[in-house]
Design a binder for this molecule. Sequence first.
Ligand SMILES: *[C@@H]1O[C@H](CO)[C@@H](O)[C@H](O)[C@H]1NC(C)=O
Length: 371
Amino acid sequence: MLPHSVLLLLLCVTRLLTPCPALPFEQKGFWDFGMDSDIGELMKMMRDEEEGSAVEELPHPKHESTCPFGCQCHLRVVQCSDCLTAVPYDIPSDTRLLDLQNNYITELRENDFKGLSNLYALVLRNNQISRVHPRAFAPLQRMQKLYFSHNHLTAVPKNLPASLEELRIHDNHIRKVPEGAFGNLRNMNCIEMGGNPLQNSGFEPGAFKGLKLSYLRISEAKLTGVPKDLPESLNELHLDHNQIQAIELEDLSRYRNLYRLGLGFNHIRNIEAGSLHYLPYLRELHLDNNRLNNVPAGLPEMKYLQVVYLHANNISRIDINDFCPLGFGMKRTFYNGISLFSNPINYWEVQPATFRCVSDSLAIQFGNNRK
Ligand SMILES: *[C@@H]1O[C@H](CO)[C@@H](O)[C@H](O)[C@H]1NC(C)=O
């Protein structure tokens, strides 16, 4: 089954690819939650919105602005992909979406976005930006989405607009996130910052201060443990592809609101009994591709848990009560996905009743791919 996000991404790529040579397009980890994949979706949404509103706005005043050289302008969406080395001048001031991805821009200058107070989304992904003028974003007072992945940033850009809701700065060179790095971004909902060389010590205490995030992804970094100081509001936390060794009792105690937790592709050998009790609302847990020797304790008590990835671990036995509560009196949402393949399990030793709280047998992925 091809995840929806992959389809979206493919659509998006075919639509946006330009003849710019030597395009280092590479997207790792998108399969997971498709963070980069909805730019195409965003465009479609904006076009629909514009096409809808154009009717009411008739007669449409002729825009005095012209489209900058190297760009295509259509319904307040401006796309510039012409191997640009700088942000073009004279971007129409009513632009809502400015797409500068896949260029060779190295710097954002003070006046690059001057007058763009209507901008809703700025797409800078896949450039070579390492310098951002501290006032570069000052005009963008309505900007909600900033896509800044695949650049050369070494720090979170300063002075992001207070209107910002979504920030993608994955695949940059960020090592440190100082206290208050995100300033006073009260509307921020979602940060994708994987693929940066971030260690646990790279997050200063208070790095996320003031943020009420729902989504955070710090995958493909250099974390050796679950960071302690992330926002308590998180519903989704993705820490896949790090070097986390263990989950200790208090590690998750702050993150009671999580629905989804991604810890796949780490080095986890042990999940301390009781750690998962702190996640009463969790629906989806990814622990695949770790070094677990057993099914972590506490799954039966997680009332809403529906999807558990445990494949590619070192689990050699499964007990009858590892997944489901004892007896039938206890109410629990049925699982609809448990993956256990690529573990050294003797399947004939697993009692069928182990999966008495699974929606149907297809929801369990067994199969043994490892000798
Ligand atoms: C897998 O688990 C067994 C014990 O069940 C242990 O002897 C072995 O070293 C483990 N392998 C790895 C790679 O951790």
